[in-house]
Every structure is written in structure tokens, then in C-alpha cells.
Design a protein around this ligand. Sequence first.
Ligand code: HEC
Length: 133
Amino acid sequence: MRRRWATGCRREAVRLGAVALSVILLAACEGSAIPEPAEMPEELFAGEATFNANCVRCHGERAAGTAQGPPLVHKIYEPNHHGDFAFQRAAATGVRAHHWNFGDMPKIPEVTPEDVRQITEYIRWLQRQAGIN
Ligand code: HEC
């Protein structure tokens, strides 16, 4: 009798313990939940619009690439490999095909250096969202 009580009690304690532990774990997880995809900061809207007007037909929505051009959200375009100057040069002089087989990129005379600076900020943000730094 006593033993049975003890076993039941122990079982109950284990159950309560598990509940308490989950409550603690849930509380702990609250702060470290996987974040929703971040909302784009407003200061990048202009860069996105200029990108969509001048680059999207080849580099694709959110720079994910198309049949005409490569994704810019790609490891080879990380800041250490293709610094911000590569974006200015690409727009100003075009790009001779060297990484891919899409052919050359023409120069894009419609964009100013300030436009390209904003586009670059937008692309860098997309890259960071994809874990490319
Ligand atoms: C007509 C298609 C087309 C358009 C429009 C276009 N690109 Fe490109 N771009 C390409 C292709 C193709 C490549 C890849 C060349 C290679 O390395 O093979 C490229 C490469 C690049 C590169 C990498 C440069 C390097 O040094 O390797 C950057 C940066 C770039 N584009 C930025 C832009 C920006 C910014 C715009 C808009 C202002 C733009 N592109 C518009 C086709 C295009």
C-alpha cells in the first residue's frame, strides 16, 4: 500500500516536473523564437524601386536571378568578393561575362551613382537576410 502510494506520488511528481519544465522551456524559448523574415527598413524602398525599374528584368525579383542574369543574392557577390564598387562599375561600364553563361551585362546609363548606391544597400540587405555577409 505504502509502496503503491509512493510510486503513484513519484509518477505524479515526474508528471508535474515535466509540466514545470515545459513551462520553463517555453518561457525560455519565447525570447529566442526563430524570427519572422524581417520587414524591410523603409530607407531601402527607393533602392528596391530603382532595382525593380532597371535591374530586375535580368537579376530577378529580390535579386534571385532569371534566365537573363544571375542572382545577386549569391555567395560570389558577398561584400568581400564584390565590393560596392563592383556595382558602380557594373552599372557604369557593363560587365563582360566571366562568372556565368548569361552573356555580357550592358551598361545601364539610366541610373546615377546615387541610384546604384541605394540599389547596393538594398542588395546587401537581401544578402544579409540570406545569411550572406
Ligand atoms: C540585360 C541584363 C542585365 C541587366 C538589365 C542588369 N544586369 Fe547586372 N549582370 C548581368 C549579367 C548577365 C551578369 C553576369 C556577368 C558574368 O559575370 O558572367 C551581371 C553581373 C552583375 C554584377 C556583378 C559584376 C561583377 O563584377 O562581376 C553586378 C554587381 C550587377 N550585375 C549589377 C546590376 C545592377 C545594379 C543592375 C541595374 C542597375 C544590373 N546589374 C542590370 C545582366 C544584367
